[in-house]
Design a protein around this ligand. Structure first.
Ligand code: PHE
Length: 482
């Protein structure tokens, strides 16, 4: 660690552009070290894409759609980030800032898979799909091994061990056939003596289960950033920017201030911005630009063509969500699904069950979390039409309760949202490609930070990591210059 403070030295002044996670973290960490920071934030709230929608919150998108959330007391949706892996710096900040966390259920054996284009008329439980896919794949591989098809690749011991593994993995009998398994689940659950339960019938053939395409969803939970356990702050993801804002000091954050110019000059930097329609400027020793790159690219500056072309190379992506508040938790009572995600090939793509408030009176389901063209097609609709289309999709999977129990909805699309215009970004060739050097190293007195300058874009972890890198570099320079 070492001494990170400027004890006994005059504090440098830093203007931070953007009050999202990267900007707030920059001000928080520099503040610890004694710097005088001012954060300019275009919106009336901090957090950027870390946005938790609660009853009464109002948004206006770039198409002019105005929505006010009607969620009831205690209900919310995380419109932006919503899950945190155990290894992410995000959790360390939660610990340090005293933000309590709870498990976020990213994968649930009892959630559904539904591929309409494959001809599925009913959803399949994850557990059933896994039992059948792993069962048949194990059968095929075990039989191929047993019949000598792999003799060139395997020793006799290898073959025995592989078959042993596959019998266990696929729940195969001694004949190496997959003939179904209790792993598939029950239509009548086992109970007291005399009630052995009824296993799901209609065992598909290998060919039939392959044709459903359900296997394509299994690898998601193998990913480094998506594997269970995952976490969320208790009470909404925005507990993080709230805590950061408090730690920075709200008086150091100027909201309603949209940046309109960045001028690097001898000995410092001048940032122009508008506040309530009035043009203002602020001078500082340094600047950390932690705004979205697609918007920074539109801000006039004198930082050179290398900065400008690097910013323009980074392209914005789309994503949207709709929160559906229900007046009962029918997915728990009727479907026995407590949290987790239903995966579909419909344009709603992912349907999220709430990972908190179990057995409560009400709950918010994320009726779509989609990206790219699917997100843009919903964004182009009115909020009422988005709800209608999302509910029609859900009814196909869950039945009529998906419509009849609905209390209200709120939809959010980041590509069409002012001061963001992106859910996340694509940085071609990765953030370490030479063309991004003018962003990764300071240009004059200006530093850049954001998840888009990290190897974990579209994660708060990337924003924290990038901000910490900028802070470390800036502080090193200040120490060396004194
Ligand atoms: N972090 C976002 C999410 O978990 C976006 C993302 C999805 C990033 C998948 C990487 C992989 O939904």
């Amino acid at each position: 660690a070492g001494d990170f403070t400027l004890t006994g030295r005059s504090a440098a002044e830093v203007v931070v552009l953007g009050g999202g996670i990267a900007g707030l973290t920059t001000a928080y960490e520099l503040g610890k070290a004694g710097y005088a920071c001012t954060v300019l934030e275009a919106r009336e709230r901090t957090g950027g894409r870390n946005f938790t929608v609660r009853g009464g919150d109002t948004t206006v998108d770039l198409y002019g759609n105005r929505q006010t959330a009607r969620f009831s007391e205690g209900q919310y949706m995380n419109a932006g980030p919503a899950r945190i892996a155990q290894w992410m710096i995000t959790l360390d900040y939660c610990r340090e800032l005293g933000v309590p966390v709870e498990v976020f259920t990213n994968v649930n054996a009892d959630a559904y898979l539904f591929n309409q284009s494959a001809g599925m008329t009913r959803p399949m439980r994850y557990r059933t799909a896994k039992a059948d896919m792993f069962g048949y794949v194990s059968e095929l591989l075990a039989k191929a091994t047993d019949s000598g098809a792999l003799d060139k690749a395997l020793t006799t011991d290898d073959r025995d061990r592989l078959v042993e593994f596959l019998k266990d993995y696929g729940d195969l009998g001694d004949s190496l056939d997959y003939t179904g398994s209790s792993r598939r689940g029950y239509s009548v659950y086992p109970g007291a003596a005399g009630t052995p339960g009824v296993e799901y019938g209609d065992l598909p053939t290998a060919s039939e289960i392959f044709a459903t395409g359900v296997g394509r969803y299994f690898a998601f939970e193998f990913e480094f950033d998506q594997a269970m356990l995952m976490f969320q702050p208790v009470g909404g993801m925005d507990r993080i920017p709230h805590a950061l804002t408090q730690a920075v000091g709200a008086h150091k954050i100027r909201t309603g201030c949209a940046v309109s110019g960045i001028t690097d000059r001898a000995g410092g930097v001048t940032v122009a911005y508008t506040q309530g329609g009035r043009a203002r400027t602020i001078d500082a020793d340094y600047c950390v630009a932690a705004m979205p790159p697609n918007l920074l690219a539109k801000v006039p500056h004198n930082l050179g063509t290398g900065v400008q072309s690097a910013l323009e190379a980074i392209t914005p992506s789309s994503a949207g969500k709709i929160g559906l508040e229900y007046s009962s938790r029918w997915w728990e009572t009727d479907h026995h699904i407590y949290g987790g995600i239903t995966e579909t090939d419909l344009d709603v793509t992912h349907i999220w069950h709430p990972s908190h408030g179990f057995h409560g009176e009400r709950g918010v389901i994320i009726g779509y979390y989609n990206t790219g063209a699917a997100a843009d097609s919903y964004a182009a609709l009115s909020p009422a039409a988005r709800e209608k289309r999302a509910v029609e999709a859900g009814v196909r999977i869950y039945g009529d309760a998906y419509r009849t129990e609905l209390a209200s909805s709120f939809s959010h699309h980041w590509r069409q949202f002012p001061y963001q215009e992106a859910a996340w970004h694509t940085t071609p060739d990765g953030p370490d490609a030479p063309r991004y050097k003018p962003l990764n190293e300071p240009t004059g007195h200006v530093y850049f930070a954001g998840d888009w300058l990290s190897h974990l874009d579209a994660w708060q972890h990337g924003a924290f990591a990038s901000a910490r890198k900028a802070v470390t570099a800036l502080h090193q320079r200040v120490l060396n210059s004194r």
